[in-house]
Ligand binder design. Structure first.
Ligand code: PEP
Ligand code: MN
Length: 486
């Protein structure tokens, strides 16, 4: 049993711990000024929404729903457009519709959206032509232009406002019928060229139209144009489609960098104390600290050190949190992390996002499952089949192979069932983004469209890690849905 010494938590107590990865701002006073401004700005999300997500994640933990966690590796300010936001939302909805319809399982959606601007880097410097410049760290830190690499605190404020704009538009789309199941074609398929995929998806939307028609005819209100979360005894339907945002607290994989604090100062400035909304009596409501920049936060595989700043920060906030679990995490350390992050053993509080790599999962996942089972900790197990399977193409592009992604995913499902456990969700980097001619991005190899190495360069648009495109993502959705089909 690993024991961790703990001191009193506060939104800034992370500062007393070593923080892996970070940014050195040349002008600390400027940084402080920006952070003081952010401290006065309103929350991006509310405690009630965060509590609702905790509740939904509790259902996932009890195998009553499936978790989809997906979006970009890193967003950019320039990509904050009507087209990109609606394409991302459309893909998230299409993906979950396939699962809901095929596997008959409610889907809880968490988007990697509205705040994910930091870019993971393994080195402080990079070579551009014959120049050595500071690495580009994402739009909330510095600029892509090699002459704009000095970290600028104003970018944190800009990140706040881009997140707000994105979230505002997502909320607007969702409350004005964008996700209506009466017209799924409005948010799906308009650009899918593969006839097989089109036929398969249209089969679902036609079946769904029939089901909705039937229930309207018999007068049963199944929610009509709402997506079902299976709330309330399996019969209820939520009043609106909900989508939760997720903000990368720290996901910077670093092999060489001296550690420092990446976005923790920003998160601290959006950490606010509120009464817990679900408490029984308003007069006795205890207060808790919420990170109000996003509903769900996660910590990267290289920044989840037991005695590090990120875990220290995470242990004190009430948001549900995710922890990336890779091959370097020992089973004992995993249980020690759970003790620190969820001492009360609350359902829905911790999601373990496993990402070993297709060739390594067999060696690590069984031991992790068994250790967690022995500890009695309630966790959600989800598979990230992307981050352990990144490779460089012969032309030097960072890519991932669809077949390898599927291999880790299917091994994960199998290993869970043979260990008396169950895969409860998936974490993907995907995008519904199109180029001007309406073609999907070409960042990952393979899939039903058989994307080849030669085609990779055609529409390689990622700002960060390679993402599955619309068609490849639907391939994954059908695979999961067929697997869980009752
Ligand atoms: C990510 O999800 O973008 C990421 C960097 O993850 P990991 O920490 O698991 O490598
Ligand atoms: Mn990534």
């Amino acid at each position: 049993m690993i024991n961790v010494e703990q001191t009193v938590w506060s939104p800034s107590s992370w500062k007393s711990k070593p923080a892996a990865q970070g940014v050195n701002y040349p002008d600390e006073k400027h940084l402080e000024k920006v952070l003081s401004k952010i401290k006065t700005l309103p929350p991006l999300v509310t405690p009630s929404e965060i509590e609702r997500l905790r509740h939904h994640l509790g259902a996932v933990q009890r195998n009553e729903a499936f978790l989809l966690h997906a979006g970009d590796c890193a967003e950019s300010f320039d990509a904050c457009t009507h087209e990109n936001i609606s394409a991302k939302l459309g893909l998230i909805l299409s993906f979950s519709l396939i699962l809901i319809w095929g596997a008959r399982v409610p889907v809880v959606r968490i988007g990697r959206i509205a705040g994910q601007y930091a870019k993971p880097r393994s080195s402080t410097m990079e070579k551009i032509g014959d120049r050595e410049v500071l690495s580009f760290r994402g739009d909330n830190v510095n600029g892509l232009d090699p002459d704009d690499r000095t970290p600028d605190p104003e970018r944190l404020l800009s990140a706040y406002f881009h997140s707000t704009t994105t979230l505002n538009y997502v909320r607007g789309l969702l409350t004005s019928g964008f996700a209506s199941l009466d017209h799924p074609r409005d948010w799906s398929l308009s650009h899918v060229r593969s006839p097989a995929l089109r036929t398969e998806f249209e089969g679902i939307t036609e079946g769904l139209a029939d089901a909705l028609d039937f229930s309207k005819t018999i007068g049963a209100n199944v929610g009509g144009n709402r997506l079902d979360y299976g709330q309330g005894g399996g019969r209820g339907v939520l009043d609106e489609v909900e989508l939760y945002t997720r903000y990368v607290s720290q996901s910077i994989p670093s092999l060489t960098l001296p550690s420092s604090r990446l976005m923790l100062p920003y998160e601290e400035s959006l950490t606010r104390s509120f009464p817990i909304p679900s408490s029984p009596s308003p007069s006795t409501r205890p207060e808790a600290h919420y990170n109000t920049s996003a509903h769900f936060l996660w910590v990267g595989d290289r920044t989840r050190q037991l005695d590090g700043a990120h875990i220290e920060y995470f242990r004190g906030i009430r948001n549900p949190i995710g922890v990336k679990v890779g091959p370097s995490l020992g089973a004992e350390e995993l249980v020690a992390l759970l003790e620190v992050l969820n001492p009360e053993r609350e359902s829905g509080r911790v999601t373990l996002i496993t990402r070993y790599g297709a060739g390594k999962i067999e060696n690590h996942l069984p031991g992790h499952i068994q250790a967690v089972q022995k500890s009695g900790h309630p966790v959600i197990w989800i598979c990230d089949p992307m981050h352990g399977n990144t490779l460089t193409s012969t032309s030097g592009l960072k890519t991932r192979n669809f077949g390898t992604i599927i291999s880790e995913l299917t091994s994960c499902i199998r290993i869970h069932s043979s260990n008396n456990s169950r895969l409860q969700g998936v974490s993907l980097e995907f995008t519904g983004e199109l180029n001007e001619e309406g073609f999907s991005v070409t960042e990952c190899l393979g899939g039903s469209m058989g994307l080849s190495e030669e085609e990779l360069g055609l529409r390689y648009q990622t700002f960060c890690d390679p993402r599955l495109n619309f068609e490849q993502s639907l391939d994954v959705a059908f695979l999961i849905s067929n697997h869980f089909k009752k």
